[in-house]
Unconditional design. Structure first.
Length: 111
DNA sequence: TTGCTGACCGACG
DNA sequence: CCGTCGGCCAGCA
């Protein structure tokens, strides 16, 4: 039977397409893939991103509030914030400042 | 094989 | 405003 890992690969591909100093949300990616509501699966794909051959900038993927919900999965809690700050992204109280401006919607940018 | 869980989101009361 | 529930997909016991 064919494996449906395409979903994961699609998620990873979109995440890798996120430009520098930009962020997006799990739901936006899920909706872009045509599976709105499967945002949890997108997050799960991030958790499994470690098995991807290429590096996945999972730190650029946040929830709709711009909160670093998955920071605990980066090994250390500050790693995710450090990575974001390293891209000139301001993080305050585990929330990305100017999230609206930094938000990169694949549904808009891509087609 | 069934059932539960998870880095989520939107709707409902 | 806050708490709760259903839905989506994949991995594990």
């Amino acid at each position: 039977m064919e494996k449906k890992n395409d979903f994961f690969e699609q998620v990873w591909e979109v995440v890798k397409l996120i430009p520098y100093s930009r962020v997006t949300s799990y739901g936006a990616i899920a909706r872009y893939l045509g599976t709105a509501g499967a945002a949890r699966t997108v997050g799960y794909a991030m958790n499994a991103s470690h098995r991807s051959a290429t590096q996945i900038p999972a730190h650029r993927v946040l929830n709709r509030n711009g909160m670093l919900t998955g920071k605990h999965h980066f090994g250390t809690d500050r790693l995710m914030q450090q990575l974001l700050e390293s891209e000139s992204i301001v993080v305050e109280n585990d929330i990305v400042v100017n999230f609206d401006q930094l938000f990169w919607d694949p549904n808009k940018e891509l087609f």
